[in-house]
Design a protein around this ligand. Structure first.
Ligand SMILES: [Zn+2]
Length: 62
């Protein structure tokens, strides 16, 4: 857990452009501060991706 993720706690995630991938025609990436999976719901609009195993730890990596 990083203290730097304060903005994340407020829902202001910081997309890490280096993690952006194209999956099934959509862009997905990760927050550079807390590592949460994000997806581009509309051009230049990023939201959190639903995570199925929330609470069980982060098991998948890029
Ligand atoms: Zn974040």
């Amino acid at each position: 857990m990083k203290i730097a993720a304060l903005g994340c706690a407020l829902g202001r995630h910081s997309l890490d452009r280096n993690t952006v991938r194209r999956v099934h025609g959509a862009h997905v990436g990760r927050c550079g501060r807390c590592g949460s999976a994000m997806e581009e719901t509309m051009p230049n609009v990023w939201g959190l991706q639903p995570v199925r195993d929330a609470g069980l730890g982060r098991r998948y990596h890029f």
